[in-house]
Design a protein around this ligand. Structure first.
Ligand code: HPA
Length: 247
């Protein structure tokens, strides 16, 4: 069985049902990961778990050391990574609590260190990122959701925004015109760095709120967390369903 890691986002700093067997502090050439790699057993299978905002949810999206996190997973021998990302829903069917498995990304982040290939190179490296997510892992996630009757949206274009503030209504209108369906702050550069390290990476995005200007409710952390809690129970069921199918 390949080694699997789950990167948890807002609303997923721990996984109910994960039997923790150890914690590994991994030093990296890029500094500290978000925390120790948690080793555990989920539905009978060994997994690693890394909460990207830190165990206490204190590291904001633009301050996450994405390179250290991905490097640490590679160093631990991980091959497949399921990222859980909180998002705002832009497309009408992306209502709070719904899960989405995005298939495309547009990157609007700025000033984040976004590559391993920037210093001391023998040669310039450009990776293929036509399909930013690992298609076999996406398929496994979608199949597990279908066979366990977990409602999921099977595709969507993820807009990666800089944060930490939420967007303006006009920014969301622009993202929609660009063809984006959901918006979050953490999938980039994480997905690109995973590709550079040849990790098979896919996202389960959980809609926490209607994107700015799409609803009437003021967007507060309370609203976001309440909706995320609803979606996270489905994320947990989906993780338990998909992990035994990965090989
Ligand atoms: N925008 C960006 N990131 C998010 C949102 C949002 O509306 N909700 C949760 N993460």
């Amino acid at each position: 069985m390949t080694k699997i890691a789950i990167i948890g986002g807002t609303g997923l700093t721990s996984i109910k049902g994960l039997e923790i067997t150890g914690r590994e502090i991994i030093q990296t050439p890029f500094g500290e990961p978000s925390g120790p790699l948690v080793q555990g057993i989920l539905s009978g299978n060994k997994v690693y778990f890394l909460p990207r905002h830190g165990g206490g949810h204190t590291i904001p999206p633009h301050k996450i050391n994405y390179r250290a996190n991905i490097w640490a997973l590679k160093e631990a021998g991980v091959e497949q990574v399921i990222a859980v990302n909180a998002v705002g829903g832009i497309r009408k069917d992306m209502q709070p609590g719904i899960l989405v498995v995005p298939d495309q990304i547009i990157d609007y982040t700025v000033s984040r260190i976004n590559t391993f290939f920037d210093e001391g190179l023998k040669q310039v490296v450009h990776i293929d990122f036509t399909s930013p997510f690992c298609e076999s892992l996406r398929t496994n996630i979608i199949n597990a959701a279908t066979s366990h009757s977990i409602t999921i949206i099977k595709e969507g274009t993820y807009a990666a925004s800089q944060g930490p503030r939420l967007e303006t209504a006009a920014e969301i209108n622009r993202l929609e015109r660009d063809g984006c369906h959901l918006v979050g702050m953490t999938c980039m550069p994480e997905a690109a760095l995973a590709r550079e390290k040849e990790l098979c990476y896919a996202s389960i995005s959980v809609v926490a709120n209607l994107a700015a200007g799409r609803g009437t409710e003021k967007l507060t952390m309370d609203v976001i967390e309440k909706n995320l809690n609803k979606g996270m129970e489905h994320v947990r069921q989906l993780l338990e369903a998909v992990i035994p199918t990965l090989n």
